[in-house]
Design a protein around this ligand. Structure first.
Ligand code: ACO
Length: 329
């Protein structure tokens, strides 16, 4: 959808990853895998994982503090907090409420948004709607995950893929640039390809559910791979068309960082050259809802996104969910 009326943009970004690095060599000692297999199939060299006791809101807090600082505003100026996450501190209250209190964002409303790996993009677009209507003036949007607590560390087909982290941004009205077009979609018919079957109301936690390892993430990697490429490429093309920005004017494509082969295949299908694609999956693995915002933060820090740049965020995740945001920095 092409965006009109008030211009809404990102005015500050932040990120936080845990200090602890888990390399492919470390994983070789945990499951039957090799550094060579992981790098060739996924492009991942290492990922970050939290120490015991650290939760999603802890990473979200540090990322949020940095985004606020870079936006030049204080927590008390924020009137909306959205946390995109699939690994909240607790089933309830929301991680957004815990964060709102810890930050001292006394005037803010807040909620969590569940869109799996598309969490940042869904949250940015949701915040944009509230800001565009004038209901809120300044939103703090966070994508944060501690998926290391939900990954089966004995399952080599999934445990090599994920990492913990948080990305954050402050959004408000802007006088130039901002969000030009957005796209969102979902398809629940493919829900079983990537899910955590236990722990919810369908199969509440019990001795039996734990014994069956239902509280861990399950994935059909091959199906997810194909769908991720197709949906992300289509979504990217949808926003490019809606914004009427020629594809060669996209300065930086920031795709969800799940797998380098998914990124390469979607870029090719969307006819966007790899030189313009920001990649950090090698250092962090798949940080799910945090991935797009962590990558945006680093692209800005490295000067790959500058004032006036056209930036395309594209996401895909469990649900299935997918979405894109085309904005001018
Ligand atoms: N180390 C060594 N061998 C492994 C490992 C591992 N860590 N994991 C799986 N294998 C084996 C399999 O058992 C299989 O062996 P077999 O042929 O004897 O049965 C073999 O490797 C090939 O497995 P495939 O699944 O065919 O390998 P593929 O090339 O498809 O790569 C992967 C697997 C990396 C999971 C890929 O399918 C993928 O990236 N899918 C997308 C999943 C994804 O990124 N999910 C993240 C969440 S969704 C999202 O964020 C977009």
């Amino acid at each position: 959808m092409k965006t009109s009326a008030r211009r809404i943009g990102v005015v500050g970004v932040g990120m936080c990853v845990p200090k602890k690095v888990l390399t492919n060599a470390d994983l070789e000692k945990m499951v039957d895998t090799t550094d060579e297999w992981i790098q060739t199939r996924t492009g991942i060299r290492e990922r970050r994982v939290v120490e015991p006791g650290m939760a999603t809101s802890d990473l979200a807090y540090d990322a949020a503090k940095e985004a606020l600082k870079r936006a030049g505003c204080h927590a008390k100026d924020i009137d909306l907090v959205i946390v995109g996450t699939t690994s909240p501190d607790m089933l309830f209250p929301s991680t957004a409420c815990l964060l709102q209190h810890r930050l001292g964002a006394k005037s803010a409303a807040g909620f969590d948004l569940s869109a799996a790996c598309s969490g940042s993009v869904f949250s940015i677009i949701t915040a944009q709607q509230y800001l565009q209507t004038g209901r809120f003036k300044r939103a703090l949007v966070i994508g944060a995950e501690v998926l290391s607590g939900f990954v089966d560390w004995t399952d080599r087909s999934t445990c090599v893929l994920f990492g913990d982290g948080a990305g954050a941004c402050v959004m408000s009205r802007v006088s130039r640039g901002g969000i030009l077009a957005t796209d969102l979609g979902c398809d629940g018919s493919a829900a079983e390809f990537l899910c955590i079957p236990g722990g919810g109301s369908r199969q509440p936690p019990s001795h039996a559910s734990i014994d069956q390892r239902l509280h861990y993430l399950r994935m059909d990697g091959t199906e997810i791979f194909k769908l991720a490429v197709r949906r992300m490429a289509e979504s990217a093309q949808t926003v490019i068309k809606a914004a009427r920005v020629p594809a060669d004017k996209i300065d930086c494509l920031i795709p969800h960082q799940a797998n380098i082969r998914i990124i390469q295949a979607m870029a090719k299908r969307a006819r966007l050259p790899m030189e313009k694609v920001y990649v950090n999956v090698d250092r962090y693995g798949n940080t799910s809802a945090a991935s797009n915002l962590i990558a945006l933060y680093e692209a800005v820090q490295e000067g790959k996104v500058k004032r006036g740049s056209h930036v395309l965020l594209v996401a895909f995740g469990a649900g299935l969910t997918w979405g894109s945001v085309l904005l001018q920095w």
